[in-house]
Design a protein around this ligand. Structure first.
Ligand SMILES: [Zn+2]
Length: 165
């Protein structure tokens, strides 16, 4: 999985305004499709049919967000100031593993009747990583009170994960 980084400037960008929201929706999906399938920005005719009607895609061509590809279909117009594909590992990918390991129980206070969040044991701002070994389920109050501190600094004790049955 990859991320797409989109500039916040896009909100008022002339191309956005000219394209309109419907075409921008098609553009976002085209971006995701190309990133997910690593097409190098090429949207084949077949893929284009899955993304949206020709009128929307031609609208994107008209405003300069896509172009007609020589090989058929469309191609995303590259523009580093507006968007780029980030192929680094998606940082949230460890979250399902952490949920499976810790369940609904807070690893700090031990309660399982509160809404939970995923907490970085060593906060990212202190160099903590995004791997499951640095992530735990924490209830929202514990997570909020801990803030950008380590458990020791916040006066919290990390409990072991629940036993598996
Ligand atoms: Zn808690």
């Amino acid at each position: 999985m990859s991320h797409i980084k989109i500039s916040s400037d896009l909100v008022h960008h002339q191309k956005t305004m000219n394209a309109g929201n419907a075409a921008m929706g098609a553009w976002l999906r085209a971006l995701c499709f190309c990133a997910r399938n690593e097409t190098g920005g090429l949207l084949s005719k077949r893929a284009a049919r899955l993304i949206g009607p020709r009128s929307l895609l031609m609208r994107l061509v008209a405003v300069g967000l896509m172009e007609i590809a020589e090989e058929g279909g469309y191609r995303l117009v590259e523009d580093d100031t507006l968007w780029r594909i980030d192929r680094s590992e998606w940082s949230r990918s460890a979250y399902p593993d952490v949920r499976a390991r810790d369940g609904a129980r807070c690893r700090y206070c031990g309660r399982d009747d509160r809404p939970t969040a995923i907490d970085h044991v060593i906060p990212r701002c202190r160099g903590g990583g995004d791997g499951a070994e640095n992530l735990v389920v924490a209830c929202v109050p514990c997570n909020a009170s801990k803030g950008g501190r380590t458990p020791a600094q916040a006066g919290l004790t990390l409990r072991p994960p629940p036993e598996r049955n």
